[in-house]
Design a protein around this ligand. Structure first.
Ligand SMILES: [Zn+2]
Ligand SMILES: [Zn+2]
Length: 127
C-alpha cells in the first residue's frame, strides 16, 4: 500500500498502486504552482482512499484542468484533467521509498534557466 500526504497531514491518503514512471513538467504554470518543475505519477482517482481530506481544495488552473492542494499548508498534490478518470499525483507527497523512476520531461522548451535536467529520461519540448 502506498501512502501520500501533504506536509501538515490535513490531506492523507493511501492507494494500492501508482504508475512507475514520473512525468516532469517544466511549463511555467507548473513551476509557479509547485515552486520548481512538477513531478508526478498517475493513478485512477477512485483508487485513492482518504483518511483525511479536510484540507483538500481545488484550483481551476485552466478550462481543462484543476489542481488539488492543501489549503492549510499549501502543498501541491494533484493535477486532474476535467475529462479524466485518473489523477496526476505529486511524486514528492508519497512516502519513501517510492520505487518510482524518471519517465519523461515535458514542456522543456519552457524550463527555467536556473537548472539543468540531470537524468537521461526523454525530453519533449512541448508535449
Ligand atoms: Zn497540509
Ligand atoms: Zn506543466
Amino acid at each position: 500500500m502506498i501512502k501520500g500526504q501533504c506536509d501538515c497531514g490535513a490531506v492523507a491518503f493511501t492507494l494500492p498502486k501508482v504508475r512507475e514512471s514520473v512525468t516532469m513538467c517544466h511549463c511555467k504554470q507548473c513551476r509557479r504552482m509547485a515552486g520548481h518543475f512538477w513531478a508526478s505519477t498517475h493513478a485512477p482517482w477512485d483508487s485513492l482512499e482518504f483518511s483525511n481530506q479536510s484540507g483538500l481544495a481545488w484550483y481551476r488552473s485552466s478550462d481543462w484542468a484543476k489542481r488539488g492542494f492543501c489549503n492549510r499548508c499549501g502543498s501541491t498534490l494533484f493535477y486532474r484533467l476535467n475529462s479524466e478518470d485518473g489523477v496526476g499525483i505529486a511524486a514528492g507527497c508519497l512516502a519513501d521509498p517510492t520505487g518510482l523512476k524518471p519517465g519523461k520531461h515535458i514542456f522543456t522548451k519552457y524550463k527555467g534557466d536556473y537548472y539543468d535536467i540531470a537524468d537521461d529520461a526523454p525530453q519533449i519540448e512541448t508535449y
